[in-house]
Write a protein of this length. Sequence first.
Length: 412
Amino acid sequence: MATPIKRIEKDFLLKVLFDEQLQLMLKFGRAEYILTVDQAPKSDIRFKSSRPVDGARRGSKLELMFDYRGQAIIFTTTVEDVKDAIITAEAPEFLYKNLTRSFSRVTTPTDLKVVFTFRGDRYRLAFPKTQEYEPADLPAYSDIFDPSNIKELVGQLSTWAQDAANGHKLVMFRDAQPAALEEKLVAQMGKALFIPSTQSDLPSIDPNPKKRIITGEMFRSYLERAGTDKLYIEAAVNRFLKAKQDAGLYSDLWAPILFQEYVIGYIHLWIDAVGKPPFDPTVLDTVYQFGKVLAYSLKTNGYFKAYEMKKDPFPGKVIDISASGLLFANSSAALSAALLTDSEIDLQVTAGKRTIKCGARIVRRYRDSSLYYFGCRYTDIAPEDLRFLFEYLYGKPFTDADAGILSEPAKT
């Protein structure tokens, strides 16, 4: 996922562009240009192009990319003035690194149209929402949990939990809204409160790529947002852990049950007697596996059927596009709340006289004062459609080297 660069680092990089005369690559229309920064950036930034940029005019959007010490950096800016090969543009608000894309984006061709629809079934539920999206697909096979019968599935959790913990509880937020601090944390963040030992601090890192646990830093940030003064945050953390010790708890785990963008409930496990080892990552893995199986079972048994949404196209303005993905914008806050990172959508791309149908996954999202932006990467696009799209966008043949770039795993 692309990562926004903080303001101080951004200002430094913009200065480096001028001081070191780094080259920037611009894809505009169906041509490539090399730009350099012509004067020290201030409220605007002036570029000198290798040749006049055909079609660039006041108000044109330019997306530029440059390399700094092996790191690809991109930013978007708006043209203020063009004189031959000199372009004056607004200083960019954001720079991004850690890109997931494989090819440069180009401005949207005038004859290109895209229709967007959500992939799979969608629901409007009265459960707490999180900022991530969890597909409710058939989970990987489990020799512990069987999704075919919900009542038996709950019994399977109880059987497993007897070996892993002294006690457990399954709570659905349809029956009770988050009230305790632990419930609010799990519901708001969509991550597990994982305390292997109440005698030590909360975990400082999350080694899992999906980032499933609430770290100590996240817990402290939550307390600050909730109104705890910075001076008293450490004392609040210590009181939180001390209360668990006083209650006789040695290990504690609160794990969310996720369904699409909703936290529909949680599983609470605890150890309050000697004789059992503290919780480790395998316990967390099993609880998350149960959550996936339960969410899938609830969906297939019609638990959410009454709240299913129509699968209608939704509007989106394509800002730019590449052979590996596109960036689109929408002004709807409700749509933004549903289009989270890892959400999957279907695209119907009409380019010239050809129509391409494929899937796409949201890999980054951000907003400005009036619009929400979504960067997505194509999935399951047919090879012949990919070849056509590449040649349509870039005006050159699709080579084996280009195919090799797309076959590499996306950078995260």
